[in-house]
Design a binder for this molecule. Structure first.
Ligand SMILES: C[S@@+](CC[C@H](N)C(=O)[O-])C[C@H]1O[C@@H](n2cnc3c(N)ncnc32)[C@H](O)[C@@H]1O
Length: 188
């Protein structure tokens, strides 16, 4: 068994807690890898809400969903994740949420996630997270603006009440450059 990179480990943590019929959020759809993963777990009776501000990302993901026969359970939303609350009914419970921070691989590196918007979305996700549910953030921070977002997010999650949330940080600490790390927040 090899230790998994942060992105892979986010899937390892989410897989056992998502069941067919669940509702989950992909806050940063990008090329759709997480969206497809989530769609396969919630199944046709479930629901994935996927957000991205770049139409290019949503179009690519829509194509992948069509090819894999999973369009029905996914709602692709061309809007910022900071508006997430508007798309959830007040009592809607989430099994999980996933964020990949940074820029779209292969896309415009100037279009990045920003700490204030990320934290608005994360706050909404935590409000709706069911007990045992997990919000996972894969934090890429080696780009301009990335360090600032990283600090904001770390500051926020460190302050979450330990009686309500368990907060995990996972990542390799002996790699060159700035390897991404995972933050996983589970509602107790
Ligand atoms: C690191 S990429 C996501 C990678 C993706 N999870 C994948 O599997 O390919 C980050 C994405 O967040 C998007 N993004 C940036 N700001 C956003 C916002 N406010 N709301 C939603 N998406 C945003 C970018 O357009 C970009 O596609």
């Amino acid at each position: 068994m090899n230790l998994e990179p942060a992105v892979k480990y986010s899937h390892t943590l989410l897989k056992p807690i998502i069941a067919p019929g669940d509702t989950v959020v992909d806050a940063t759809v990008g090329n759709g890898n997480d969206t497809i993963f989530l769609a396969s777990l919630v199944g046709k009776a479930g629901h994935v809400l996927g957000f991205d501000i770049q139409q290019q990302a949503l179009d690519e993901t829509a194509t992948q969903l069509t090819l894999t026969g999973m369009t029905n359970q996914v709602q692709l939303i061309h809007d910022g994740h900071e508006h997430l609350e508007q798309y959830l009914a007040p009592q809607q419970q989430l099994a999980a949420a996933i964020f990949n921070l940074g820029y779209l691989p292969g896309g415009d590196k100037r279009v990045i996630t920003h700490g204030d918007k990320t934290l608005s979305a994360l706050t909404a996700c935590l409000t709706h997270l069911r007990r045992g549910g997990i919000a996972a953030l894969v934090v890429y921070y080696g780009h301009p603006g990335g360090e600032q977002e990283k600090e904001m997010v770390l500051e926020y999650v460190k302050r979450l009440d330990q009686h309500t949330y368990s907060v995990l940080q996972y990542g390799f600490i002996n790699q060159i450059h700035e390897p991404p790390f995972l933050l996983a927040i589970q509602k107790r």
